[in-house]
Each structure stands twice: as structure tokens, then as C-alpha cells.
Design a protein around this ligand. Structure first.
Ligand code: NAP
Length: 257
């Protein structure tokens, strides 16, 4: 809805469609890649989501440096004879924080160590923040923390009072099986500055409610979603994105949900 309304507002002959694929390699080879595809579709680009964001890297002709360092691609631009990958989550995660906090030297806690956490780690480190990763599975998260030069702590019994910013980069709280769950309670969050949930559906999560109860300022995931989508729009069209419209469409769609 975000992209389709944006295309329509600019009178672009373009449509954004969902494809669910189990075999991403043959999807790219047979349907997308300009040198091998078996249908003459005029792709301009693709968004890539769970669980294909890392596996897709090997199927591209070139990958932007940030996406390579993050190890995940969420955006593909289809060029004349090849595919180029980008990661717009890294810029997207920073956008809602621009007015809220100076990240240079800020103490940032990231909960989770998956794809979104990697994009956030990369972005916060670039901004000069001091980052601590909180994970339930320490041996699994250890290489991630080491790779990005972050500290690592166990999520069990975690306390966030000493952090300027706490980011939920787990799916806890998202619609479906994880709805009504939170990676941290008000008691654990008390004393922290800002609580930022990357989950955007629902817009009001238990993590945000607990954070408010603890006296934290809160930011939901929708503005990141829209920020990363505006960057995608710009990569695909070469034009500035209709940001206000995209935010309004996303907000309304979630309200109806
Ligand atoms: P992912 O790669 O699957 O990573 C999820 C992380 O959460 C893993 O580290 C996982 O730990 C941890 N986790 C899962 N369940 C947990 C639990 N019960 N307790 C503690 N940790 C748990 O997923 P992702 O791509 O990073 O996405 C994470 C969330 O961010 C999703 O809800 C997604 O929708 C959201 N997101 C939002 C935006 C946006 O634009 N707002 C962009 C990207 C992602 P294990 O490794 O131990 O399983």
C-alpha cells in the first residue's frame, strides 16, 4: 500500500506486488535476473524480507558496501544486465531518532541479534554510539557482537537504567504468535531514556506500554518502516519520495488492521 500509493501519486506506470517464495535461487534466476529470466517482466526492483535477506547476497551481481558489512540486503535494483543489492533498514532505523537523540557517545542497548539488529548495530556504530547487545542465546550472539564491536549481555534479568536508548529488534510483540509479549518489562526499563520498538504491527506494543509506564519516551516501528521505504522508492525511481503520503498510508492501513 505504501509503494502503490506513492507510485500512483506520481502517475508512474508501476505496481508493487507480494511474492512468497521458498526457493529464492530459482525465483531470481527464472523470473527476475535480466540475463536468465524466462518471462519478460519489466522489474525495476524488489524488497526482500524474512527469511531471504542474507541468502540473497550470493545471487546478486553487486552489493552496496553498507549492505555487505551488515550481511543483509532488503532492497534490489534491477539494472540493465544485473542486480544490485542495498540495505535501507540501516538508514531507516536512524531516521526517527534524528530529532530525538544525539547518538555520538550515546549508550544504546539493542535487544536481539538477528537481521534488524545487525542493521541497527551498523548504523549506531557509524554514528559513534556505544552499543550493548542483549540476547537470549549468548553463544549465537557472540560473533555478531564481536563483528560490530559491541558489548554483549544476557537478556535474562537485564536492566536498562544506564542506557539512553533501548531498541527492541526481536519480533516479540508483533501480530501473530508473539503478540502481547515483550522483551523487557517496565521494571527492567525504568531509568532508560528512549524505548524504540522496531515492531510496527501493531503500532502499540506491550514493549511500548511497559516503557511508558517506566517513564521512558517511546518511538514505534512505523516511522522506520516508512523511512526505509522512502529510500527504496528513491533507489527505484530516482525521484524524491512523497514521504508524508507514505506515512499517512501506512498509518491508516495499520489502523484498519
Ligand atoms: P530475525 O533475523 O529473525 O531476528 C530475530 C532476533 O530476535 C533473533 O536474535 C532472535 O534470537 C530474537 N528473538 C526471537 N524470539 C525471541 C524471544 N522470545 N526472546 C528473546 N529474543 C528473541 O528477525 P529480524 O529481521 O531481525 O526482525 C526482528 C523484528 O524487527 C521483526 O518484528 C521485524 O518485523 C522488525 N523489523 C522492523 C523493521 C521496520 O522497518 N520497522 C525493519 C526490519 C525488521 P534467536 O537468534 O535466539 O532466535
Amino acid at each position: 500500500q505504501i509503494h502503490n500509493r506513492a507510485f500512483a501519486s506520481r502517475n508512474m506506470d508501476a505496481v508493487y506486488l507480494p511474492f512468497e517464495t521458498r526457493d529464492v535461487e530459482s525465483f531470481i534466476r527464472r523470473l527476475v535476473h535480466p540475463r536468465t529470466r524466462e518471462v519478460d517482466w519489466r522489474w525495476r526492483g524488489l524488497s526482500v524480507t524474512i527469511p531471504h535477506k542474507s541468502a540473497i547476497l550470493n545471487l546478486l551481481d553487486s552489493v552496496d558496501e553498507a549492505a555487505r558489512q551488515i550481511g543483509a540486503v532488503n532492497t534490489i535494483v534491477v539494472e540493465e544486465d544485473g542486480l544490485r543489492g542495498y540495505n535501507t533498514d540501516a538508514e531507516g532505523v536512524l531516521a526517527p531518532l534524528r530529532e530525538a537523540i544525539d547518538l555520538k557517545g550515546a549508550r544504546v542497548a539493542i535487544i536481539g541479534a538477528g537481521g534488524a539488529a545487525r542493521a541497527a548495530l551498523w548504523a549506531f556504530k557509524r554514528e559513534g554510539a556505544r552499543v550493548t547487545l542483549f540476547a537470549r542465546d549468548l553463544p549465537k550472539a557472540q560473533p555478531v557482537a564481536r563483528e560490530f564491536g559491541a558489548d554483549l549481555q544476557s537478556l535474562a534479568e537485564a536492566r536498562f537504567a544506564s542506557f539512553d536508548l533501548v531498541v527492541n529488534a526481536t519480533p516479540l510483540g508483533a501480530r501473530g504468535a508473539n503478540e502481547g509479549r515483550t522483551p523487557a518489562t517496565a521494571e527492567q526499563l525504568r531509568g532508560a531514556g528512549i524505548a524504540y520498538d522496531l515492531v510496527y504491527n501493531p503500532s502499540e506494543t506491550l514493549f511500548l506500554r511497559e516503557a511508558r509506564q517506566a517513564g521512558c519516551r517511546t518511538i514505534g516501528g512505523l516511522s522506520m518502516l516508512v523511512a526505509q521505504a522512502t529510500r527504496q522508492f528513491e533507489l527505484w525511481t530516482g525521484e524524491e519520495a512523497p514521504v508524508d503520503l507514505m506515512l499517512e498510508v501506512a498509518t491508516r492501513a495499520l489502523e484498519k488492521n
